[in-house]
Ligand binder design. Structure first.
Ligand code: NAD
Length: 285
């Protein structure tokens, strides 16, 4: 069995750093505050949002959840995002998916002030990321890079196959990796021969949302495999996109689900929020 790319030690370090900054900001009269907008009754989403709120409170941040009706119109969601963006007591704003039918996350997220866009959901943030300008990156995409850095996996000059081209994970991750001088291939549901592409990569990142999509035949000998998938199983558990048993026979290391990318993602959302709070404070004085 190859070593597991555990994300928890790095997540703990990040959270300790966040707690220090949160305490300092609170002492200065700026308690960092994260707002999460939810417009779904989906159970696994509710669980995820509660876990963010718990993590925030444990690190000394305030977390306010705005629960809108799942029948909310795009206009109502946009208005709530604009209201939170204008509230000086709020430093980070997250729009949680899934959204009501007809609502497009990236479109609505344009109403989030880029200075408070701690999950990099505003298309402006993605554009700045692509242009190499300072911006908040989507926490999940950044978490993949943090996990690889934490395990001292070099990126410069190496080949990476990203499986998934979503606006929240695949695309921003490709830009982050390009910014680190990796050679990136982005695969998706219409990629003709996925295994042929991923097998050639030194690093494979699975972000497709398909249980067991990546098997031993998809990875080259000695590859590093990062599993971003968090797929609910019929038994009520959580499964990644990687079939660990077959992949482990060829890979040099595989990240676990849960316990890999996920804990770092949450810690980065908090780090972005305290940074946003610090930025707001500096602009105010
Ligand atoms: P998505 O559905 O928006 O996008 C999935 C992408 O995978 C698409 O680009 C699609 O083309 C590609 N894809 C689907 N089937 C494929 C196949 N058979 N072969 C190749 N490509 C295929 O999903 P998303 O929001 O990007 O999320 C992806 C996964 O990451 C999900 O499991 C999600 O739960 C998980 N996720 C985890 C975190 C975390 O913090 N760990 C955060 C966000 C998303």
């Amino acid at each position: 069995v190859p070593p597991s790319l555990d994300g928890r030690p790095r997540a703990n370090e990040l959270r300790a750093e966040v707690a220090r900054i949160a305490e300092e900001l609170t002492g200065q009269g700026t308690p960092p505050r994260l707002a999460v907008v939810v417009a779904t009754e989906d159970e696994s989403t509710a669980w995820y949002v509660r876990s963010i709120a718990r993590a925030a409170e444990k690190s000394g941040l305030e977390c306010a959840i705005s629960t809108l009706s799942p029948g909310s119109s795009p206009e109502a969601i946009r208005a709530e995002l604009a209201r939170l963006s204008a509230d000086p007591a709020v430093h980070g704003v997250i729009l949680q998916t899934p959204l009501p039918e007809g609502a497009v996350a990236a479109d609505l997220a344009a109403a989030i002030d880029p200075a408070k866009d701690v999950d990099g959901a505003n298309p402006l943030s993605l554009g700045r990321l692509a242009a190499g300008l300072p911006a908040f990156a989507p926490a999940t995409a950044e978490a993949v890079v943090e996990l690889l850095d934490a395990h001292r996996v070099p990126l410069a000059g190496r080949t990476v196959a990203v499986v998934g081209r979503s606006t929240v994970v695949g695309k921003p991750l490709a830009h982050l990796l390009l910014g680190r001088d990796a050679t990136v291939t982005v695969c998706h549901s219409r990629t003709a021969d996925l295994a042929a592409v991923t097998r050639r990569a030194e690093i494979v990142v699975a972000a497709a949302g398909r249980i067991g999509l990546i098997t031993g035949e998809h990875v080259g000998e000695g590859a590093i495999v990062v599993d971003v998938g968090t797929n609910p199983t019929p038994e009520g558990g959580l499964a990644g996109d990687v079939d660990t048993a077959s992949t482990a026979r060829r890979a040099a290391a595989v990240s676990p689900v849960p316990g890999g990318v996920g804990p770092i993602t949450t810690a980065l959302l908090l780090r972005h929020t305290v940074r946003a709070a610090r930025g707001a404070r500096e602009r105010a004085v």
